[in-house]
Design a protein. Sequence first.
Length: 277
Amino acid sequence: MSAKRGNSWIELSKHILLWIIVVLTFYPFAFIFITSLKTQSQFELYFWQVVRPFHWENYAFAWAKVAPYIANSIVICVVATTLILVVSSMSAYVFARFAFPFKEVLFYAILGIVMIPGTLTLITRFVLVKRLGLLDTRWVLILPYVAGGQVFSILFLRTFFASIPEELFEAARLDGASELASCLRIAIPLSMPILSTVAILNVLAQWNDLIWPLVTITSEHLKTIPVGIAYFRTSIWRPETGQVMAAYMITSLPLVVLFFASMRTFIEGLTSGAIKA
């Protein structure tokens, strides 16, 4: 009996701990949402309370200000992530399925880029894009994102491609398939969970990036969400706290929709192991 009672207390403590983690995780989102429905006076007088009337007009005001920034971020994320998946999948397939001189040296050299802090290369990247004439264009964000997103993408995809049984590729070769056809018809379809994970991680990094767009974009119509919200918060008309929180809620919705739409494949990509022959 004592052993069963001890196990029950352990299970109860685990559930309590999990609920505490859940509450601490979702409380900031609930606080932002509640605050987004308040006026400035309600926010100052009733900081913790839910008060009526709800001011949904904060969302209309915030949407009018941040909608162009959302459109810019969506375009940049879609183009950059698509190019990352195409280039990294081809590169990872070559590293996984081909043998050539200095392959491992080149692979570890690519991984070594991870050890270089992004702030260390900020000036050199800025000088490079300036000489290429890319400043204040969407390409000044897209091309560096594509280059920077290759490292982890190649690492994940190469490991997965190398675990695919060789028999599948041998059967494709016997049917007359080229290496490109084998990659497109065998490796890519089997790696959809990994590709989904890589895509979501890159979109998150690009969506939340502040420093690089801040130093390379000056035109108002090209600003992305982090830069746009930074200017929105400090604008001359001094938006109310509820309007700023409404802007945060609106700009987070595309990421929430993306995650729930691809949640299953994302989890499969994080937990996928080697494929057994």
